[in-house]
Design a protein around this ligand. Structure first.
Ligand SMILES: CC(C)(COP(=O)(O)OP(=O)(O)OC[C@H]1O[C@@H](n2cnc3c(N)ncnc32)[C@H](O)[C@@H]1OP(=O)(O)O)[C@@H](O)C(=O)NCCC(=O)NCCS
Length: 149
């Protein structure tokens, strides 16, 4: 992912969420990801079709801050490929545990994560607003205790 591709990422973010991250926040996440954990997928014509943002934590886990696929490209394995690519890149650098929040009613995303062996670990009430709870899901690697920190 190159910084000049962030406008394209924002286009997908804006069409994917009812409360999208502001454009400036994507810049911040790009910095926090160190660039190398901010991955994009490209269609055959080079257009960006999806992205995933991993934020490495000092505890040795990786927080997945966001993932989205362009609406017209969904259900073709792009989300799975992004998630598995991030897990591979992070694992090769020593980040073997992953954690994320997903809205309780977002069954497509929960199914995507479950198919990659993520397990629900807790509910955070009202995380996305009143009555909109988050499910925290995690994929625990060799150092599962690292999520405590
Ligand atoms: C969640 C999202 C990233 C999935 O991307 P995708 O490219 O469509 O995912 P995949 O094609 O790899 O699907 C993998 C599995 O996820 C599940 N899934 C994906 N979309 C689904 C849907 N609309 N309904 C039910 N299950 C779904 C299925 O189990 C699917 O496997 P299958 O197609 O073999 O049945 C995409 O729907 C998206 O961008 N949603 C909006 C943003 C969002 O909610 N992000 C997650 C924030 S926590």
């Amino acid at each position: 992912m190159e910084p000049d591709e962030l406008d394209e990422v924002y286009r997908i973010e804006a069409e994917s969420f009812d409360q999208p991250y502001p454009r400036w926040y994507l810049d911040l996440l790009y910095g926090l990801s160190g660039g190398e954990y901010f991955l994009v997928s490209q269609g055959s014509e080079g257009r960006i079709t999806g992205y995933i943002i991993g934020i490495p934590l000092s505890s040795g886990a990786c927080h997945i801050a966001s993932i989205a696929v362009e609406k017209r490209c969904r259900r073709r394995g792009v989300g799975t490929a992004l998630l598995q690519s991030l897990v591979e890149v992070c694992s090769s650098r020593g980040y073997s545990s992953f954690v994320l929040e997903v809205e309780a009613g977002n069954y497509p995303a929960q199914s995507l994560y479950a198919r990659s062996s993520f397990k629900p670990v807790m509910i955070v009430p009202d995380y996305y607003g009143e009555g909109r709870h988050a499910v925290v899901m995690a994929l625990l690697g060799e150092r599962p205790c690292c999520l405590d920190g």
